[in-house]
Design a protein around this ligand. Sequence first.
Ligand SMILES: NC(=O)c1ccc[n+]([C@@H]2O[C@H](COP(=O)([O-])OP(=O)(O)OC[C@H]3O[C@@H](n4cnc5c(N)ncnc54)[C@H](OP(=O)(O)O)[C@@H]3O)[C@@H](O)[C@H]2O)c1
Length: 319
Amino acid sequence: MKAIVQRGYGTDEVVSFEDVAVPVVGDHDVLVRVRAASLNAADWFTMIGKPYLIRAVSGLRTPRVPVAGKALSGEVVALGAQVSGFVVGDEIWAEPNGGAFAEYASIPAERVAHKPPSLTFEQAAAVPLAGTTALQGLRDVGRLHSGQSLLVNGASGGVGTFAVQLGKAFGAEVTGVCSTRNVELVRSVGADHVLDYTRDEFTGRYDVIFDLVGNHSLSRLRSALTERGTLVLSAGEGSRVFGPIGRIIRGGILSLITRHRLEPLVAKHSVADLDLLAEFVAAGSITPAIDRTYPLSACRDAVRRLGVEHARGKIVLVP
Ligand SMILES: NC(=O)c1ccc[n+]([C@@H]2O[C@H](COP(=O)([O-])OP(=O)(O)OC[C@H]3O[C@@H](n4cnc5c(N)ncnc54)[C@H](OP(=O)(O)O)[C@@H]3O)[C@@H](O)[C@H]2O)c1
């Protein structure tokens, strides 16, 4: 089968479109013919191998899992002996731990759910990981509820476009922060107010700030929180070695000595959350914002778009 293979750490030159073996299906796995996969910020960080701490997990000199990709949609073509709840031919979406950028992927069944029928495969591939991150950030860490005010910093990105829509679905008044070219996009996904970070300062006070960029100091973000407000720390940027860890530790200390909660988000794969997102899709509360669709063979253009040019919403790859 064809796949995008990563042979080292760097920018787009370390990935290539190659022939590899179809993955083996374990007893607890589902073999999926991939119809579409989406790129996530995590794919970029894994590709460049920074912050360096990532390499302790993914492999010191070269990635242990050469085919990346953590979000896909497709059709079930085979099932492991211990798998129930799926039949061959089912249309699914899933959050594998790598392996999505290929024609076939073998995925633990606990990471696979039925795809909402109203979404195309391209739309469905955009939701796992980015959608679950937005959901868990707002619901579990932000504890957002109806009537609250929410600021999404990085509202035009893969996670941000879902966070704006879910914030509205939770009944919040949503302000999105993005660059000039993305103001219309953020408005179109439902933000009540849009701030252009090239021009506007955020001057209001918010019950919850979902930070997907990491470009402001904690004290600046705290100054925009209400008295008992919550800052959801989610951005993967930070120091070259440790990434956001220093910021997360400082946030933890500030949470102990102030009335603000500054909590990190560590999003986890969850079939229950994919099913919940399917309900939001069915209710018309979320629609994936797709930036561009590329064939798998154009993998270098796609990763440049993600890491260098910056996507508007999600980038999708189609085998
Ligand atoms: N904690 C977790 O479990 C978890 C899970 C998933 C993702 N993340 C992190 O969440 C972050 C966002 O992920 P993503 O997939 O949404 O990335 P993305 O699609 O690349 O989006 C990033 C967004 O940030 C915006 N941006 C850049 N500079 C900005 C600024 N100065 N002010 C406001 N917005 C700015 C970009 O908009 P413009 O192009 O308009 O500048 C872009 O839309 C990443 O750091 C990622 O590592 C964390």
